[in-house]
Design a binder for this molecule. Sequence first.
Ligand code: FAD
Ligand code: UDP
Length: 367
Amino acid sequence: MKILVVGAGLSGAVMARQLAEAGHHMTVVESRAHVAGNCHTERCPDTGVLVHIYGPHIFHTADAGVWDYVNRFARFVPYRHQVRATSGGQVYSLPINLHTINQFFGKAFSPSQARAFIEETQARHDITDPQSFEDQALRMVGPALYEAFFQGYTQKQWGCSPADLPAAILKRLPMRFDYNDNYFAHPFQGLPEAGYTPLVAAILDHPKIDVHLNTPYTAQAAGRADHLIWTGPLDGYFNAKLGHLGYRTLDFERFTAQGDYQGCAVMNHPDRDVPYTRITEHKHFAPWESHEASVLYRETPRACTGDDIPYYPVRLLRDKALLSDYEALAAAETGVTFLGRLGTYRYLDMDVTIREALDAAAGFAKA
Ligand code: FAD
Ligand code: UDP
């Protein structure tokens, strides 16, 4: 079969690879000048620092099959992601752990003392069935920690009150009663030594795959194919005829410094009077390299309009209703597979993205 893939991010690349290995002829069109989608990395010519162009990306997974898959195409270096937060003029460690609790309350609690303290003096027991982000946070950590670490950050990140957001967003962040400050709890964690773009290029490197960069999708290209894999925006496929699905975009203010600017890869800034959410210092994502100069991104979220890059699907009530209308249209399309974070309008980590593409390709081969 001749199959057209729209998008050369992880979804499109993995799908193209799997279907090429199954004997299909794959053409991949990508509107950007590079492969790898939002995971794209590029070495800064002035400083030599490997930059995560669309924001910091750390590979972490509990899926051994996915971990084996990425290690087939690139060398991964073990990495342990640690995040700090500057709140009210002090620097804390995230996710909230025993060190954060002891420092914040000026105590020297043991794990069981800290658990009892939070449960008995902080957690809001009057909230019995938390549905919103705010209620979930108040129930879990109480008002003081909520205001210091979550309220301002989340308001800036999503552009609305945490009271209007689903509790599920907070569930991505654990609270720990030990000194473990590993941001992720997954057993496999690492970074591709040469960056994500060579990883994706290696996945796409197959004699039955043709990649065309700087090539937006056209209906004529689809006409020449027997099947279409769509990893672009779901509403974009239908020319947004029902309206636009809501996204947050990010403004990255890039700046350089000499030496070590902040001493860690990611410093969150949850305070409400600071306009940005976090600062990323890219060279800390490659601690095995040595660079005197440093490249940093100051990250400010805002509503996505026009030609902005869509980053985070908002999925508030209006978007959910619109999404189910688009899903009905997508289900009625024949010869098209919708895939990936844009094609299914969901926040997907890289490992889930790869798993879904592997499963979709396996399902396709069986059909
Ligand atoms: P994308 O990477 O968006 O790829 C889609 C591609 O399709 C793009 O290259 C786009 O240019 C192309 N395209 C779209 N429309 C068209 C068209 N009409 N014609 C041609 N091409 C088109 N995940 C993690 O596991 N760990 C992290 O630390 C992490 N950090 C993140 C940080 C940020 C700020 C964000 C926003 C996401 C993060 N993610 C992280 C998630 C990760 O970015 C996604 O899992 C991944 O990008 C999904 O790949 P994809 O191929 O589905 O989508
Ligand atoms: N969050 C927060 N304070 C922080 C970090 C995260 O309030 O310092 C909230 C915020 O709403 C964010 C969510 O927790 O969207 C999930 O955090 P995560 O670090 O997973 O964000 P992402 O990787 O999606 O940027």
